[in-house]
Design a binder for this molecule. Structure first.
Ligand SMILES: C[S@@+](CC[C@H](N)C(=O)[O-])C[C@H]1O[C@@H](n2cnc3c(N)ncnc32)[C@H](O)[C@@H]1O
Length: 322
């Protein structure tokens, strides 16, 4: 049975906000026990009731609240503006730190690469070659980049000590591409960063500044509808990599299955970074690995690591014995 909105908020407080944002944890628990706020959310389509969307929309309309009582007043005093913002916006959090998990897998593939990210938001994960990385003190990537992404790693892996990557083509697909040169889009991207996370905000600002120098092309549309046509534009001879983070969970089961099938037909490399369960056949290959909060990183359907939701940590999985 699907969870009620109150249960969703309680679950989100414990699974996502706990340990990451004390304010969002308090807000989510507050909403879960607040009949008036649950009524407000019931007036919105189910896909628009998510905690992240409610909290960011309220902050965009009325600023960041100090506590739950101030938050509920903001929602109830500005209910029309908050609802309108939730209806006109999507959770499009774009987290460049997720590239630190993608980079070693990209570096393991035959170079040069043609990158196609579905659900690219503003395209900040389309620039893995423009960032520097620090894996437990070992540098990689663009060492002179103004943005250095630190990542803690655990587990031995064939992906440790990644070499260089060479990107000759890149494109994204998104239902609603965000534009790093547009102030409203940048404001929304910044508001999607959780309140106490100054480091994430600084990282986002640095990645936006880098992206502005040469913004990646992002095609508007549904990923299943446009994948074939955009993939066909990739530079011939380069390794085509189709990848995504925190996207396929937004699609119904049939949409995810259709996507996996399409990717298979393309004969490309496929990197998926999604919550366990988004692709049950990928999760099934985790075998006895203890489940972790965060994402499962998989290469061509084979899980290779558990990764943190907003980057910064990778636990490599043992290579399956063949
Ligand atoms: C949570 S954001 C993640 C952005 C980026 N992948 C990252 O990890 O930073 C999810 C993105 O997927 C996009 N999206 C969701 N469903 C989509 C679909 N069916 N087709 C294309 N894009 C989609 C949303 O518009 C949003 O920009």
């Amino acid at each position: 049975m699907p969870l009620t909105t109150a249960e969703e908020y309680r679950r989100w407080a414990g699974r996502e906000a706990l340990g990451s944002s004390p304010l969002y944890e308090r807000l989510a628990l507050g909403v879960a026990g607040d009949g008036e706020l649950i009524d407000f959310l019931s007036g919105l389509p189910p896909a628009k009731r998510q905690p992240n969307l409610l909290f960011a929309a309220t902050r965009l309309v009325a600023g960041t609240p100090a506590d739950y009582p101030q938050f509920r007043r903001s929602v109830l005093d500005h209910r029309e503006a908050v609802a309108a913002t939730m209806l006109s916006h999507r959770t499009q959090t774009n987290e460049p730190a997720r590239c630190a998990a993608l980079y070693p897998v990209l570096a393991s593939l035959p170079q040069p690469l043609a990158l196609l990210e579905v659900g690219a938001s503003a395209g900040l994960c389309l620039l893995p070659d423009r960032y520097g990385y620090d894996y437990d003190g070992t540098p990689a990537g663009a060492v002179d980049s103004p943005l250095r992404l630190r990542c803690r790693t655990e587990g031995d892996s064939r992906f440790a000590g990644p070499g260089a990557i060479s990107v000759v083509w890149r494109a994204g697909i998104d239902l609603n591409p965000l534009d790093v040169t547009h102030p409203d889009d940048v404001r929304w991207l910044r508001t999607l960063v959780w309140p106490e996370q100054r480091e994430r905000l600084e990282r986002l600002d640095a990645a936006i500044a880098l992206a502005r120098q040469d913004p990646p092309r992002i095609v508007r549309g549904d990923l299943n509808a446009r994948l074939g046509e955009v993939a066909a534009q990739a530079t011939p001879g380069a390794t085509l990599v189709v990848y995504h983070t925190a996207v396929l969970g937004y699609l119904p089961e049939e949409g995810r299955a259709a996507f996996a099938e399409q990717v298979g037909r393309l004969g490309c490399q496929w990197i998926s970074q999604e919550e366990a369960g988004v692709f049950p056949e990928v999760s099934a290959r985790l075998r006895d690995e203890p489940a972790e909060a965060g994402y499962v990183l998989a290469l061509n359907g084979e899980p290779v690591a558990f990764t943190a939701l907003h980057g910064g940590r990778v636990r490599w999985l043992p290579e399956p014995s063949r």
